[in-house]
Design a protein around this ligand. Structure first.
Ligand SMILES: [Zn+2]
Ligand SMILES: [Zn+2]
Length: 279
């Protein structure tokens, strides 16, 4: 009997800033799998221990993925949500690490921290202008703390603007709501270009999470205490949790000059269903 093939027939490189979730869903379609879960199942069948293939937390899963998709494990890790592990794992929890095939040691986040900080795969957000440029899902849209696109200086969109349905990876990869047919690239764009403080805070948060430098069009007018990023992020998360208890409108809270009536911001949901505007 011949050995099963370890690689996909059709391959594709990762696009700039693309998430692993997006790559695997694209490859699934490129290889004409009728159901995106088939590719996940192929990976799982080759694993000794159970792992989430779109959020791989084991070194062995990276080895299987490398053989299957032909992309370096370091690149796959950088496209995965575990890239946020060092920031979202709060002190005093011990950060977990794995060794990639390159010999590089990287952090992986425990499931509860991912659940609290990262958007669910069936409830994504997107930038309509990024999607117009190129149709794929960006890793930077995954954290719940990310509310805007720094390149286009606009709020991200979560839910279909027409039918309000949650956005899935299949919707993003077709740039279309698969429930009502609305073209996601036609979503109304809310500019935040005049909201200097909003841009500053999102630049800082995104640099903590992704380790990216701010685009040249974003000013950094304030400095922060010199503490580890995981400590600063933990304080921010604590402040956000405190704010979710507010039921009435807080007029003295930062008001973004983006033409949004602040009365739609409060009360905030107690759970994770927060909109980019509220964020
Ligand atoms: Zn964008
Ligand atoms: Zn829709």
């Amino acid at each position: 009997m011949t050995e099963p093939s370890h690689s996909l027939l059709c391959r594709s490189p990762l696009q700039p800033g693309e998430s692993l979730l997006s790559l695997l869903a694209r490859l699934s379609e490129l290889n004409l799998y009728p159901d995106p879960t088939i590719l996940m199942r192929i990976c799982r069948e080759r694993l000794v221990e159970r792992d989430n293939v779109t959020q791989p937390a084991m070194a062995e899963t990276y080895k299987v993925l490398v053989k299957l998709v032909g992309i370096d494990a370091d690149e796959l890790y950088a496209a995965s949500v575990h890239r946020f592990a060092a920031t979202i794992t709060p002190p005093p929890y011990q950060k977990q690490s794995i060794l990639l095939p390159s010999g590089r040691e990287v952090y992986v986040a425990d499931r509860p921290f991912l659940q609290r900080n990262i958007r669910w795969e069936r409830d994504l957000q997107f930038c309509p202008l990024c999607l117009k440029e190129s149709v794929y899902h960006r890793l930077s849209w995954m954290p719940m703390a990310v509310a805007l696109c720094l390149n286009h200086q606009c709020l991200l969109v979560h839910r279909c603007p027409y039918c309000q349905k949650n956005i899935t990876i299949q919707d993003v990869l077709r740039a279309k709501c698969l429930t009502c047919g609305f073209h996601l690239t036609e979503s109304p764009v809310i500019s935040v270009a005049s909201d200097k403080f909003g841009l500053f805070s999102q630049t800082v948060i995104q640099s903590w999470l992704l380790g990216i430098s701010p685009p040249p069009n974003v000013e950094i007018p304030y400095s922060l205490p010199s503490q580890p990023v995981s400590v600063l992020y933990r304080i921010l998360v604590g402040l956000c949790r405190a704010i979710t208890n507010i039921q009435d409108n807080w007029h003295y809270l930062h008001e973004a000059p983006i033409g949004i009536d602040s009365s739609i911001i409060f009360p905030l949901p107690q759970k994770r269903d927060i909109t980019p505007t509220q964020s």
